[in-house]
Design a protein around this ligand. Structure first.
Ligand SMILES: Cc1cc2nc3c(=O)[nH]c(=O)nc-3n(C[C@H](O)[C@H](O)[C@H](O)COP(=O)(O)OP(=O)(O)OC[C@H]3O[C@@H](n4cnc5c(N)ncnc54)[C@H](O)[C@@H]3O)c2cc1C
Length: 467
C-alpha cells in the first residue's frame, strides 16, 4: 500500500516536495491556506523579476540613442506594468496547479494545524498520514520604531502593488530584496535612498563585487547610506521623514514612501508546534541533515527551517525530505548554493568568499577577470563587471565564484556544477566555451588565478579600466 503524506504549504518547498513524493508513488495531500506557489510565485521571486525586467527594458529604450534606437515620448504605463506582472504570476500559478493535478496530488484549501506526529487538523476535520512535511514559509520582519505604523510604510508585497510609481522612496535594508527594489524603482525614474545599518550593502557577498556594484548603483543615482540606523519616522500626510543616525551623526531624509526590507522570519505561529513538541530555536524549526524535526515523522523544509531563505534551497530540501520519508537515499548538497541579485548589473555567487575562506584557514589564490575584456559583455553592458574565482592554492580546486555583470545569474550555474564535480581551474580552462559569450570570461578568470588570462594585459589590475 502506498504511503500517505501530508505537506503543509504550497510554496516552492511544498509543491516540489509534493510532486517528487507523487513520483515516488505516495498518496500526497498538499494543504495551502492562501495561494499555490507561495511567496515565491505570488509576491516574491517571480513578480519582482517581471517588474525588474520591465524597468530594465524601459531604461534600455530611454538610453537607446547610443546604439541607434531613437524613440520619443517613452512612457511607463503603470497599470499595464502591473497587469503584465500579474499575468506572469497567474500563468505560473496555473502551471503549478496543473502539474500537481497531473501528478495526482490532492490539493486542500485552509489553515492546517499539526495535532500529532501523524495528524493535522484542517477546517475542523482531522487528517492522518504516515509523515507530515511542514513547508509553511516565512513573512516579512517588522521592526518596531517610532512611526512604524504610519501610512506610506510598505512591505515588499505592498511595494509590488502600488497605485503609481512613487516620486521618491527610502528603502530600509540593503540586503538582496532591498537592493532589487532599489534598482527596479530607480530604473522606473524614482529617487531612491537605501539605508543600511551595516558598513556595506549586501552583507555576506564578496567585498570586491559589492564595491564594483555600489559604483554602478551610484552611477544610476541611487543614494546609499551605510552605518545608518533608522531611529524614527515622522510624517506630514504627504511625505515621510526618516530620522537616521549615520555613524553617530543625526540626519534626515524625506520621501513619498518607505519600504521596510530588513529580512524575513519563519511563519510558524499557530500551527501546533508547541503542542506537538516540535523544537524551535531562534524562531526557526530545528531539523537534522534529513530535514527531520525533533518529532519522528514530522519534517520541515524551506524558509520555516532553513537559514538560507531561497526558493531553490526550499525545493531541494523538499525533494530530500520526501525521499527520506519514503525510504529512498537522498543527495542534498547544502554547501553549494548559488545566491543571486537580479539587479542591473546582476550579481551571482556560489561557495566561499575570500573573507570566509580566510576565516576557515583555507590557503587559496584568486583570479579576477574584468568583463571589459569580454566581447559579449561589451556589446551588452559596456563591459561592466567582473568574475572572481577563488581556488585552493595547492590543487586549484574551485571553492568560490563571484560575478557582477550581465548574465551573472545564469553563469553561476556553471560554477555551481564545477564545484559539485570538484573541478579545478585547469579543468575549467580546458572546457571550450562558445564565442562570443559572457561565459568565456569563466575560463579567463580561471586563467587569471595564475596571472595567465588571454584577453587582459599582464600586470594590469582588474580595476584599472577598460581595454
Ligand atoms: C520580494 C521577494 C523576492 C524574492 N526573490 C527571490 C529570488 O529571486 N530567488 C529566490 O530564490 N528567493 C527569493 N525570495 C525568497 C523566496 O520567495 C522564498 O525563499 C520561498 O518562497 C520560500 O519557499 P517556501 O516554500 O519555504 O515558503 P513560502 O513560499 O513562504 O510558502 C509557504 C506557503 O505555506 C502556506 N502556509 C503557511 N502556513 C500554512 C498553514 N498553517 N496551512 C496551510 N498553508 C500554510 C503559505 O500560505 C504559503 O503559500 C524572495 C522573497 C521575496 C519576499
Amino acid at each position: 500500500m502506498s504511503k500517505r503524506l501530508i505537506i503543509v504549504g504550497g510554496g516552492p518547498a511544498g509543491y516540489v516536495a509534493a510532486i517528487r513524493a507523487a513520483q515516488l508513488g505516495a498518496d500526497v495531500h498538499l494543504i495551502e491556506k492562501e495561494h499555490i506557489g507561495g511567496v515565491c510565485l505570488n509576491v516574491g521571486c517571480i513578480p519582482t523579476k517581471a517588474m525588474l525586467h520591465v524597468a530594465e527594458t524601459y531604461q534600455a529604450v530611454l538610453n537607446g540613442n547610443s546604439i541607434g534606437i531613437c524613440a520619443d515620448n517613452v512612457n511607463v504605463e503603470w497599470p499595464k506594468v502591473l497587469a503584465y506582472k500579474n499575468s506572469v504570476v497567474n500563468r505560473l500559478v496555473l502551471g503549478v496547479q496543473g502539474l500537481l493535478k497531473a501528478n495526482r496530488v490532492t490539493i486542500h484549501h485552509g489553515h492546517a494545524t499539526v495535532r500529532s506526529p501523524k495528524s493535522v487538523e484542517l477546517n475542523g476535520a482531522e487528517m492522518e498520514a504516515d509523515s507530515i512535511v511542514l513547508a509553511v514559509g516565512s513573512e516579512p520582519s517588522r521592526p518596531d520604531f517610532p512611526g512604524s505604523d504610519l501610512p506610506g510604510l510598505l512591505d515588499s508585497t505592498a511595494a509590488l502593488n502600488l497605485e503609481s510609481i512613487p516620486e521618491s522612496l527610502i528603502i530600509l535594508g540593503g540586503g538582496v530584496i532591498g537592493v532589487e527594489f532599489a534598482v527596479m524603482f530607480r530604473n522606473f525614474g524614482c529617487n531612491v535612498t537605501i539605508v543600511e545599518m551595516l558598513p556595506r550593502i549586501l552583507p555576506g557577498m564578496d567585498a570586491d563585487i559589492v564595491e564594483q556594484f555600489q559604483i554602478e548603483l551610484a552611477r544610476k543615482g541611487i543614494s546609499i547610506l551605510t552605518g545608518a540606523r533608522l531611529t524614527e519616522v515622522s510624517g506630514n500626510g504627504s511625505e515621510l521623514c526618516a530620522h537616521i543616525d549615520v555613524n553617530g551623526q543625526p540626519i534626515e531624509r524625506t520621501a513619498e514612501k518607505m519600504l521596510i526590507a530588513v529580512g524575513r522570519r519563519p511563519r510558524i505561529n499557530g500551527i501546533g508546534l508547541k503542542e506537538t513538541g516540535v523544537t524551535v530555536e531562534h524562531g526557526r524549526i530545528v531539523v537534522d541533515d534529513c530535514f527531520r524535526t525533533s518529532i519522528p515523522g514530522i519534517y520541515a523544509v524551506g524558509d520555516c527551517s532553513s537559514t538560507m531563505m531561497l526558493a531553490h534551497v526550499g525545493s531541494a530540501q523538499g525533494i530530500a525530505a520526501v525521499e527520506h520519508a519514503l525510504g529512498h537515499t537522498t543527495a542534498y548538497v547544502g554547501h553549494i548554493i548559488p545566491a543571486c541579485v537580479y539587479s542591473n548589473p546582476e550579481i551571482a555567487s556560489v561557495g566561499l568568499t575570500e573573507e570566509q575562506a580566510r576565516a576557515q584557514g583555507i590557503h587559496f589564490k584568486t583570479g579576477v577577470f574584468p568583463l571589459a575584456g569580454n566581447g559579449k559583455a561589451i556589446i551588452e553592458s559596456n563591459g561592466t563587471g567582473m568574475i572572481k574565482i577563488i581556488a585552493g592554492s595547492r590543487h586549484g580546486e574551485i571553492i568560490g565564484v563571484h560575478i557582477v555583470g550581465p548574465r551573472a545569474t545564469d553563469l553561476i550555474a556553471e560554477a555551481a556544477l564545477a564545484m559539485r564535480l570538484e573541478a579545478t581551474v585547469t579543468e575549467l580552462v580546458s572546457t571550450i566555451h562558445a564565442h562570443p559569450t559572457v561565459s568565456e570570461a569563466m575560463p579567463e578568470a580561471a586563467l587569471a588565478v595564475d596571472g595567465l588570462s588571454i584577453h587582459w594585459p599582464p600586470g594590469m589590475k582588474h580595476n584599472q579600466g577598460a581595454l
